[in-house]
Design a protein around this ligand. Sequence first.
Ligand code: F6R
Length: 609
Amino acid sequence: MCGIIGYTGTLDAKKVIIEGLKSLEYRGYDSAGIALLKEDPEHSLYIMKEAGPVSVLEESTKEDAVKSGCGIGHTRWATHGGVTDQNAHPHTTGRVTLIHNGIIENYRELINSYNLAEQLVSETDSEVALRIIDYYYEKYQDPVKAIKKAVGVIIGAYSFCIMFAGDPGKIYCIRNVSPLVAAASETGALVASDLTAIVPYTRDYFVLPEDTIAVLSKEGITLTDLSGNPVEPEMLHADWDVESVKKGGYPHFMLKEINEQPEALENTIKPRIAKGLPDFTEDGIPDSLFREAKEICIVACGTANYAGMVGKSIFELLMRIPVNVHIASEFRYEDPLVGPGTLCIVISQSGETIDTLEAMKLAMEKGAKSLAIVNVKGSTIAREADHVFYTHAGPEISVASTKAYSVQLAALYLIACRMAYVRGALSEQAAAAFLQQVLKAVPVIQELLKNVVGMKHVSEKMVKAKDAFYIGRGLDYAFSLEGALKLKEISYVHAEAYPAGELKHGTIALIEEGTPVVAIATQEKIYQKTISNVREVKARGAYVTLITKKGKAAGSDLCDIHLEIPEIEDEFTVFPVAVILQLIAYYTADGKGLDVDKPRNLAKSVTVE
Ligand code: F6R
């Protein structure tokens, strides 16, 4: 949450930072700000910050010619304090200017122990950190010592980028939990919350190790630990380029990312096929992990959690092994029944979701083995897990997750297949056939994307709706959870997913003339049961969109719109169904004229609890 960027070098810092903020905006967009150390004899500070999107900041700073090669910028997702100019970052006092991503948990205690109450001009925890650093800077006149002293008393998650007027041309950084990546390029040194702001300059970068002070100057970056010893970072290479963080002709990142799903799936699945079977040798995931597991627990949040719900059905179907799916923020506080023998599968696109990270750590403390399915290379969850399965979706910029969901599913299907094979639950032949069906998702989605008229048609009804219901049974219910979330988060239409058979136990009271119901019925063994439930809502006036496999009869007595998916076996229908549900949500939000990629109140990477 919150996007932060720092740059020092030979380029125009204002331009680098504003451009960087635009690419980081998906991390939070309540307010934005920039601070530049000017190249005048006093190294005076230029600062501009205000509530609103980066475009507002860009407009306000447009006319200001600031000669500076060193600055920091921030795009905020408010935690402490409302969305105001005053609470926007950077914060500055005396000779210190700071941006922060994270939460300082003991900020109230710090206000008391450092007598800060009278000094604070914002309501943020970040300003408290700033004032403590300033206090020690004035005391010791040494940036590194000031930072060390401050982090010695601060409790919480943070990534800080700090400029000291007495040390022009340099940016000091440190982090705990909250992410920061850094890179030195020919034109200077950069630090940012994530790679999107860095790839226009270089694809070689490193994740700043925790409790390490990075000092950026135009000559490069030096790293030292808190005892002053040099630290050698582990260099990483981004395997995607600057084009992947642009819209590429699409009106929104979300639509682009929906259309990228076939490629994302191929990139995730194909490198992991050896002799016709899923093979994780390159990932360093040993078969013993699968052989020794007595049970599986899946932990994730939001869309990733709904991918886990689909995964549960597949694991249980193939192996008859108990699988529990947990919401990460609940798991942490329910004294979970995990221990040695539990395989804890953690799913996270960003690899930074704090609840998921902490849940994984807890499972590991209790003796479980962790396997993380992560999209962002080098992210915290990826680094802390026992094993990592990287999905290769490329950067997902739109706040609503689409292609990351599909590749998370592919990862789960591949893991289930390998696990069932090594445990003898699937023969070699059956495992190979299963894998072929996963691969079939690629052409099936390609075919589906050729004709989106049906989804647009559904959205015409949705744009006028206040409430909508998504129903299904078994796997179809798991898909509907994700469909309802997608609609809610970007179109602000209240949507609920319901097991189709459960509706009559209360919720059916909400169905009235014209209420949109999206019914998913792709599972042959429960098809007729779901259809009976569809008839129940249709009889009460619902406007029904029915999603089935090809060749099912669906007259106007049963539904208003019938969407058919291309041919694929029942266990794999999630891939085309997901795309249909994503497009319904997309066209609904777009039809309402909403900012599809940046829905209100949300942020892409949820690094607060
Ligand atoms: C919804 C969405 C969120 C994320 C959730 C977990 O479209 O994107 O529900 O799925 O915040 O994020 P990650 O996968 O980064 O842990």
